[in-house]
Design a protein around this ligand. Structure first.
Ligand code: GPW
Length: 829
């Protein structure tokens, strides 16, 4: 009875004091216990990896404790919750981030020292969780950190891929892909919940029945797969709140293939069952190009269906009808990838909860919001009607009905404006009929967010013009941000310490605007000196990494010039490489006496190309071919080096960013929706060389033009250039460097031909030729500034000082207030 329960709770609270203490003795005992009992190694003999395992299990225990407390508290308070649906989360490593957010880093470091281990060394044992491709996926991870830190009642939902993003291996300068079986050595950061599982249905047919005098739809599936939950605790910084990222894995369902078992084909039936697991087996590695693949659609529905069953079950635990659903549930779609959630909620409410269409629609139209990350129509998802109809027959019916009603509404408003109707229709007519997932989402979501101010402006005037005219109030933007916990505190401890000392507080870790306080000291000689020291330490660390990775020695006195991000034509890594060729050519043709004036540079490029993206792969090869030539040229020596960092990922970024002097964000204006890498560099005091694209426009407003190197055509000029034909203004210098590649100066003449063709006069869609001169000028400005180290350091301090706006805390607060309508709910500590 109730008495029993409160007695039990009382006893729990008494015991609590005995749990999880963080003094060095307890931590050591805890780590050793895990080495002995969890990892099952002898306490007298274990290596770094086993120590890492023991350590991470000890941290995991502390995470679980807070995670339980948070759930318990939220259950009692029952606030409106945010459910963040994303097909990708690029979490990277968890250990350092966890101990820092839990506030026990130093305690663990001491405890380990006494055991003869070093925290940093053990942290290096951890592999990355790479369940995502690039910016979109890392953004989800940063946002989860902010949601937890600011005590928002939020859950993340996604897929637990067995293979994360492929590993990039470079052979003879060519990219090869290798599988990332990241679960090989166990994953202490997840909690397997065998009892939290739901059946997910596919294929089959819809039958119409009359139940209690009402016409009903019954979906009889052709296949059922079980979704099993794996929970990943996400600790907030400076709070007890620890939220949950629930990832689903596919397992065979008990309902699967019963006939085969009954007819005695035991062996084949078992083998067949196992195939269910392929649904969550791999992450699609294509960044922003949509292929109409059935498995991908299955993944989308699988995670959407399981998540919604979970969300609705939780709601029904404490509510007897759906009237309050919109007051308790906000569903956020991270791009259109989870947009099947819309027809799925309609289906569940109508077919399983027996609400009528109007009532169900009334709920659906209040709960969904969407963030769009794409700029172009090519980036928007379309699903062939045949594919959708065979996999999810009932959903196709519902989508058609939504579209029918929407078209009626449009006709009332615009009359029979056929062109407009066909542009706005959810169904795209043509040789292959498609469902436009963006149109479906725009019709059903109460709010649609862009990821920067410029991005929203572009959406309004281009791809979503019609929708914006019809529903202007639906459209907002929330400029992206990144979490300073991972991108300063975890990855750059020396800078973190320096900032706190100079501000006299570490409160900036929860309130980034406080960094503005550094402005007052930007010209202070002693801050500048400390600042340069910290930067030097990080550059030395980076040069050691480069040497260990590819066996090349680089001088930490050179300017480290970095471009790391996915390889894409629009991001213009090719412009960077052509600029490097130009620099090489100049040095090569220089009088010996002039060489003293050259600012030595180490150019660093890193990033993955989608496996099927031929041109991107050629860019990687070109980078290696050029590097081969430059790095072995004795005329050049230390004046110029070109390094390609293989297998770029989150943990590599954590090391490279703090050690960079200059970073490049040089997309053709109008093509980068936001960009978030730039924000990480900015926080770490790295200067930006950039085009006026995406969030850079807003960075300029915070930092000032004079503290950055901005170049190239702006969005308006790009539009004009394309309208008036390209290649109007092409420099001789540009023609020369392209010719060098074309004529085989770096070898592989035939192979690079198609790459050169992409920037040839009339086909230079991304305007490399047009922007080249201005790019070189910006680079020359950077050289000039670097010579004056005092000036450079001031610019660097001002970069960090002005980066506060680009914390994901600011983004999330804005979403909470203006899109989701949720409030913090702080678990007492
Ligand atoms: F296709 N982004 C991404 F445009 O990483 F939707 N993957 C993607 O598939 C797409 C976008 C999409 C990136 C944007 O390119 C970048 O500008 C933005 O900062 C990031 O998403 C986070 O919003």
């Amino acid at each position: 009875g109730a008495g029993d329960r409160s007695a039990k709770a009382e006893r729990m609270f008494q015991l609590m004091d005995g749990f999880m203490t963080n003094d060095p003795m307890s931590l050591q005992k805890d780590i050793l216990d895990h080495v002995e009992y969890t990892v099952a190694r002898s306490r007298f003999n274990f290596d770094d990896f086993e120590a890492y395992q023991g350590l991470s299990h000890s941290v995991r225990d502390r995470l679980i404790e807070r995670w339980h407390d948070t759930h318990q508290y939220l259950k009692r308070k029952d606030p409106k919750r945010l459910y963040f649906l994303s097909l990708e989360f690029l979490m990277g490593r968890s250990l350092s981030n966890s101990v820092i957010n839990l506030g026990v880093r130093d305690q663990y470091a001491d405890a380990l020292n006494q055991l003869g281990f070093e925290f940093e060394v053990l942290a290096e044992q951890e592999g990355d969780a790479a369940l995502g491709n690039g910016g979109l996926a890392r953004l989800s991870a940063c946002q989860m950190d902010s949601l937890a830190t600011m005590d928002f009642p939020a859950w993340g939902y996604g897929l637990r891929y067995q293979y994360g993003l492929f590993r990039q291996v470079i052979l003879d300068g060519f990219q090869h892909e290798q599988p990332d079986y990241w679960l090989n050595f166990g994953n202490p950061w997840e909690i397997e919940r065998v009892h939290v599982s739901y059946p997910v249905k596919f294929y089959g047919a819809v039958e119409e029945k009359v139940l209690e005098g009402k016409k009903c739809h019954v979906w009889v599936p052709g296949e059922t797969v079980e979704a099993v939950a794996y929970d990943n605790p996400i600790p907030g910084y400076g709070t007890r709140n620890t939220i949950n990222l629930r990832l689903w894995a596919a397992k065979p369902s008990d309902q699967q293939d019963m006939e085969a078992f009954n007819t005695g084909d035991y062996i084949n039936a078992v083998i067949n069952r196992q195939r269910a697991e392929t649904i969550s087996s791999l992450l699609y590695p294509d960044d922003r190009s949509y292929q109409g693949k059935e498995l991908r659609l299955k993944q989308q529905y699988f995670f959407v269906s399981a998540s919604l069953q979970d969300i609705i079950r939780r709601f029904k635990d404490s509510h007897s009808n759906f009237d309050d659903f919109p007051e308790k549930v906000a569903l956020q779609l991270n791009d259109t990838h989870p947009s099947l959630a819309i027809p799925e909620v309609m289906r569940v409410l109508i077919d399983e909860e027996y609400l009528d269409w109007e009532k169900a629609w009334g709920i659906v139209s209040k709960i969904f919001s969407l963030t769009i990350h794409a700029v172009n129509p090519e980036g928007l998802e379309k699903v062939p009607v045949d594919l959708l109809g065979s996999l999810l027959p009932r959903h196709l019916q519902i989508i058609y009905q939504i579209n029918f009603l929407f078209m009626e509404e449009l006709k009332k408003h615009y009359g029979l404006d056929y062109n407009r109707l066909s542009r706005m229709s959810i169904v795209e007519e043509g040789a292959v009929k498609n469902i436009r997932m963006a149109n479906l989402s725009l019709v059903c979501c109460h709010t649609v967010d862009g990821v920067s101010r410029l991005h929203l402006a572009t959406l309004k005037t281009r791809v979503f013009k019609d929708f914006h005219e019809f529903w202007p109030q639906k459209f907002q933007y929330k400029t992206n941000g990144v979490t300073q916990r991972r991108w300063i505190v975890v990855s750059n401890p020396p800078l973190s310490g320096l900032i706190s000392r100079w501000l006299g507080t570490d409160a900036w870790i929860r309130d980034m605007d406080l960094l503005l306080g550094l402005r007052d000291h930007a010209e202070d000689a002693s801050l500048q000196e400390e600042w340069m020291m910290v930067r030097k330490v990080n550059k030395i660390r980076l040069s050691e990494f480069i040497e260990a990775m590819i066996g090349m020695k680089v001088s930490p006195d050179a300017m480290f010039d970095v471009q790391i991000k996915r390889i894409h034509e629009y991001k213009r890594q090719l412009l960077n490489i052509l600029g490097i060729i130009h620099r090489y050519d100049c040095i090569k043709n220089m009088k010996e006496s002039d060489k003293e004036k050259v600012v030595p540079r180490v150019c660093i490029i890193g990033g993955k190309a989608a496996p099927g993206y031929e041109i991107a792969k050629k860019i990687i090869k070109l980078c290696h071919a050029v590097g081969e030539k430059i790095n072995n040229d004795s005329d050049i020596g230390d004046l110029l080096k070109l390094v390609f960092i293989p297998d770029y990922n989150v943990s590599v970024a954590e090391l490279v960013i703090p050690g960079s002097d200059l970073s490049q964000h040089i997309s053709t204006a109008g093509h980068e929706a936001s960009g978030t890498g730039s924000m990480k560099f900015l926080m770490n005091g790295c200067l930006l060389l950039a085009t006026a694209d995406g969030s850079t426009v807003e960075i300029i407003e915070e930092i000032g033009n004079e503290n950055m190197f901005i170049f190239g055509a702006n969005v308006q000029e790009v539009t004009n250039l394309r309208q008036n034909g390209l290649g109007v203004k092409k420099s001789l210098q540009f023609a020369r460097v392209v010719r060098m590649v074309r004529e085989g100066y770096f070898g592989f003449k035939d192979y690079f031909k198609s790459l050169c063709d992409t920037v040839e006069d009339s086909s230079d869609f991304y305007l490399l030729g047009n922007d080249f001169e201005s790019y070189l000028e910006a680079q020359a400005e950077a050289d000039k500034a670097f010579v004056d180290q005092k000036k450079w350091t001031k610019m660097s301090i001002l970069s960090t000082a002005g980066s506060g706006r680009f914390s994901s805390d600011r983004t999330i607060r804005d979403y909470a207030q203006n899109t989701w309508g949720i409030e913090p709910c702080k678990c007492p500590s």
